[in-house]
Design a protein around this ligand. Structure first.
Ligand code: SAH
Ligand code: MG
Length: 198
């Protein structure tokens, strides 16, 4: 029943070319949430709420999701989808640019999912690290951007995005306090944790 409703949301988004999370990326994230149920999730880039709705199944009892979307029309549709799935109160949408909204948040999140403007990933990273719980997990979707990020790709109109994604990878892999894996699922998924000090 709910599964059917969720499938409708997914199909509609795919038909409208809304870049929702890919199945293999979702599976990878779900595997990790299953091992460690998050209480507080932050998502940057709601679109129509598909990924947030999927993540909500893995929340611990008191858990909730804060998610940010700058496109008002999409945020409105996400609100409707959340209602349809009976998840009001579990998923809170902030409507606006995450670059402006993130600095106003002061929570500790067990899981953060970055999935919005690629050129803003380094800013999203900084804000995410400020709010990530010590044993939290940070995901960044589309980190390999159709292979452009690892290629010698420079003469493209998306080169700012590529440069910023490379900067995100450098900052998460070269920081001695962080542990980062880059998986080739979907459009590339970066998974970062804070290293445990002994
Ligand atoms: N996480 C969603 C898909 C998100 S698509 C899912 O898997 O179902 C990326 C979304 O990020 C788009 O809807 C876009 O409007 C939004 N976005 C892009 N830049 C943003 C920004 N700076 N602040 C907030 N939202 C942004
Ligand atoms: Mg994505």
């Amino acid at each position: 029943m709910m599964e059917e409703k969720l499938n409708k949301i997914k199909e509609k988004a795919l038909n409208e070319h809304i870049p929702i999370i890919m199945d293999d990326t979702l599976q990878e994230i779900e595997k990790r949430m299953n091992q460690n149920r998050p209480t507080k999730i932050l998502e940057i880039g709601t679109a129509v709420g598909y990924s947030a709705i999927c993540f909500s199944k893995f929340l611990s009892n008191q858990g909730f999701i804060d998610t940010i979307e700058k496109d008002e029309q999409r945020a409105k549709e996400a609100e409707e989808n959340i209602k349809t799935m009976n998840l009001e109160g579990k998923i809170n949408i902030y409507v606006g640019d995450a670059v402006e909204i993130l600095p106003t948040l002061n929570q500790t999140y067990d899981m953060i999912f970055i999935d919005a403007a690629k050129a803003k990933y380094p800013i999203f990273l900084e804000e995410s690290l400020r709010m990530l719980a010590p044993d939290g997990i940070l995901f960044a979707d589309n980190i390999l951007y159709k292979g452009y990020v690892m290629g010698d790709y420079n003469k493209h109109k998306q080169r700012t995005a590529v440069r910023k994604l490379r900067e995100y990878i450098a900052k998460t892999t070269e920081n001695p306090d962080l542990e980062t894996e880059i998986l080739e699922v979907g459009d590339g998924l970066a998974i970062t944790k804070i290293k445990k000090s002994l």
